[in-house]
Design a protein around this ligand. Structure first.
Ligand code: FES
Length: 106
């Protein structure tokens, strides 16, 4: 993450609805938040294949399986099992006073 990132408030953690991911709209785009291994991981919500919401997929072994055509994305790295050209972006997170903040490019 470059120094040009902006930390953006995504709201109180208590209000995020994980099923399994929680959709949030920050920095002008929809992102998907996942809770895994005691941390929060954020990727683009729109599947790069045909734009299905990745927050609604199936979470298995640290990967979100898209509900439309079953492509898999590592929620920590954004790596797509189909090929690198389909990787999704990842975004650093931090928790401040019970609220989730996400670093988005400036
Ligand atoms: S829309 Fe996600 S795999 Fe096709």
């Amino acid at each position: 993450m470059s120094d040009a990132a902006n930390w953006v408030d995504a709201g109180p953690l208590s209000e995020l609805k994980f099923d399994p991911g929680a959709p949030v709209h920050v920095g002008g785009k929809w992102l998907a938040v996942f809770e895994l291994d005691g941390g929060y991981h954020v990727i683009d919500n729109a599947c790069p294949h045909a734009s299905a919401p990745l927050c609604d997929g199936t979470l298995m072994d640290g990967k979100i399986v898209c509900g439309l055509h079953l492509w898999e994305f590592d929620i920590k790295t954004g790596v797509c099992d189909v090929g690198g050209e389909w990787n999704v972006s990842t975004y650093p997170t931090r928790v401040v006073d019970g609220r989730l903040e996400i670093a988005v490019p400036a």
